[in-house]
Design a protein around this ligand. Structure first.
Ligand SMILES: *[C@@H]1O[C@H](CO)[C@@H](O)[C@H](O)[C@H]1NC(C)=O
Ligand SMILES: *[C@@H]1O[C@H](CO)[C@@H](O)[C@H](O)[C@H]1NC(C)=O
Ligand SMILES: *[C@@H]1O[C@H](CO)[C@@H](O)[C@H](O)[C@H]1NC(C)=O
Ligand SMILES: *[C@@H]1O[C@H](CO)[C@@H](O)[C@H](O)[C@H]1NC(C)=O
Ligand SMILES: *[C@@H]1O[C@H](CO)[C@@H](O)[C@H](O)[C@H]1NC(C)=O
Ligand SMILES: *[C@@H]1O[C@H](CO)[C@@H](O)[C@H](O)[C@H]1NC(C)=O
Ligand SMILES: *[C@@H]1O[C@H](CO)[C@@H](O)[C@H](O)[C@H]1NC(C)=O
Ligand SMILES: *[C@@H]1O[C@H](CO)[C@@H](O)[C@H](O)[C@H]1NC(C)=O
Ligand SMILES: *[C@@H]1O[C@H](CO)[C@@H](O)[C@H](O)[C@H]1NC(C)=O
Length: 420
């Protein structure tokens, strides 16, 4: 058990008390060396300081399943199978770890307390089996800067999850960093509407997230990124879209993300970047772009991108980019390609194309001859048609006759009587 944490049930343990004493002594020894305790952010100092502060019960209780350190302003309720957020969180908490639990649902005001958790700045809910995040789940956390909801199967993320449940009164969210990696639920749990659409609705949130600087959306199987998202978070510095299924960026506009510093697009399904995208990326002054491990298609459409790659400084991993299609170009480095390598093979090689023209002429001739033969033989055809018509008529009459027999009730009675 990490020191520096008061845990109610275990407090009576004698060995633990001994260990605590040792820690206190250690803290006393180290406090004679010039380490500023409470305000220091180095882990060793806060560790020792919190070991000291843990001895007498201080302001702020610690919920039983958690480990609290007032000096580090940290509460950890990690891997505890908690099904709800502890009610009695100490008011000093600045960093709250609720990872590896069984929360399932995060209701409105899940962290609203009286007095409010005014200091809470980083909240980590990663891997806590969250499936539903309700409107206003993070309300009344005025200092919340960083929120990690990664590794939860978020089948139902309210569109007001990051804004207030009362959308008309909630102001901008204080959030600056939002981690939503690996939050796609299994396909069977997904509703009809697209997962991308659900996440995008929450991110739009009535422009509440306009202060966001880091957005991580890796490993979500996104096929597209809603094109209007940049307009809702103009301050974005880091956008992580790694390990999704993005096929194209043509409909997206990055030009308004003027502060963008890192754009991660590795491990997607991108085939080529077109001129408009290239120009937009090039127009961003501080950006670094990562494009590794996409299935680049090296045909004539790739020429613009190859020319751009050779010039640009912004693609950090450009030396690692290789062609995946067509077969003959596989594993060729994009930077090594010459424009002469990049042709869109016509469907047929030219020699065959001319022979297809020839074939077309031959077929047209055959068709013309066929029509001519029909015309010359029109009398014979007329006779043949008459024969067919007569044959048909005979056949139809026979059918009609049989139908009348069946429909005649007397005949039917006759046959049923004969059965008796
Ligand atoms: C949490 O639940 C799992 C499986 O139900 C169990 O193996 C584990 O021991 C539990 N952890 C705690 C801290 O109760
Ligand atoms: C949240 O906790 C998980 C699990 O411990 C960790 O991997 C992740 O890096 C944490 N997130 C942040 C933003 O520190
Ligand atoms: C999410 O949960 C709410 C409340 O239970 C419900 O009204 C809504 O239909 C759910 N949405 C989806 C997509 O399941
Ligand atoms: C939202 O806030 C407005 C203004 O304070 C209030 O009139 C309205 O009733 C609130 N709506 C809900 C659903 O709480
Ligand atoms: C989902 O789609 C199926 C068929 O495509 C349809 O029958 C069902 O009503 C849809 N459900 C919802 C909630 O839209
Ligand atoms: C990529 O995403 C899938 C889910 O979309 C996940 O299963 C896989 O572990 C991710 N890969 C990496 C390297 O993160
Ligand atoms: C980009 O910003 C300009 C001016 O600030 C605005 O007119 C335009 O609508 C924005 N475009 C998008 C896609 O948000
Ligand atoms: C892309 O831009 C380059 C340079 O500006 C230009 O030469 C090329 O024709 C453009 N390609 C297309 C498809 O418009
Ligand atoms: C590309 O062209 C240059 C000069 O024209 C030549 O030296 C080089 O070998 C060519 N590279 C490939 C891969 O064909």
């Amino acid at each position: 058990m990490p020191g520096g944490c008061s845990r109610g049930p275990a407090a009576g343990d004698g060995r633990l008390r001994l260990a605590r004493l040792a820690l206190v002594l250690l803290g006393w020894v180290s406090s004679s060396s010039p380490i500023s305790s409470a305000s220091s952010s180095t882990s060793s100092a806060s560790f020792l300081a919190s070991a000291v502060s843990a001895q007498p019960p201080l302001s702020g209780q610690c919920p039983p399943p958690c480990e609290c350190s007032e000096a580090a302003r940290t509460v950890k309720c990690v891997n505890r199978n908690l099904t709800e957020v502890p009610a009695d969180l100490p008011p000093y908490v600045r960093n709250l770890f609720l990872t590896g639990n069984q929360l399932a649902v995060l209701p409105a005001g899940a962290f609203a307390r009286r007095p409010p958790l005014a200091e809470l700045a980083t909240l980590n809910l990663s891997g806590s089996h969250l499936e539903k995040v309700r409107a206003g789940a993070f309300e009344h956390l005025p200092s919340l800067r960083q929120l990690d909801l990664s590794h939860n199967p978020l089948a139902n993320l309210s569109r007001f999850a990051f804004s207030g449940s009362n959308a008309s009164t909630s102001g901008p969210s204080p959030l600056q960093e939002l981690m939503l990696n690996h939050i796609a639920p299994p396909a069977t749990q997904q509703q009809n509407r697209s997962f991308e659409g659900m996440v995008a609705a929450a991110l739009r949130a009535g422009h509440a997230l306009r202060g966001l600087r880091r957005l991580e959306l890796a490993s979500n199987n996104f096929f597209f990124l809603p094109w209007d998202l940049p307009a809702y978070m103009p301050d974005l510095r880091h956008l992580d879209l790694r390990n999704n299924s993005l096929v194209s960026l043509t409909y997206m506009s990055f030009s308004n993300l003027t502060h963008l510093e890192n754009l991660h697009l590795e491990d997607n399904a991108l085939k080529v970047l077109h001129n408009s995208t290239l120009a937009e990326l090039q127009g961003l002054t501080h950006v670094s772009v990562f494009l590794h491990n996409n299935p680049w298609v090296c045909d004539c459409h790739m020429a613009d991108m190859v020319a751009w790659l050779k010039e640009t400084e912004i693609v950090q991993d450009k030396a690692t980019l290789t062609c995946t299609f067509p077969e003959k170009m596989r594993n060729r480095g994009l930077l090594e390609l010459n424009s002469s390598d990049l042709d869109c093979e016509p469907f047929l090689p030219p020699s065959l194309q001319t022979s297809y023209v020839f074939l077309g002429i031959v077929l047209a001739l055959i068709g013309a001859i066929f029509l001519l033969v029909l015309y010359l033989n029109r009398k014979g055809i007329k006779k043949w048609m008459h024969n067919i018509r007569d044959a048909c008529r005979d056949h139809m009459e026979g059918y009609h006759y049989r139908y009348e027999i069946n429909a005649d009730p007397r005949l039917t009675n006759l046959s049923s009587n004969s059965d008796v």
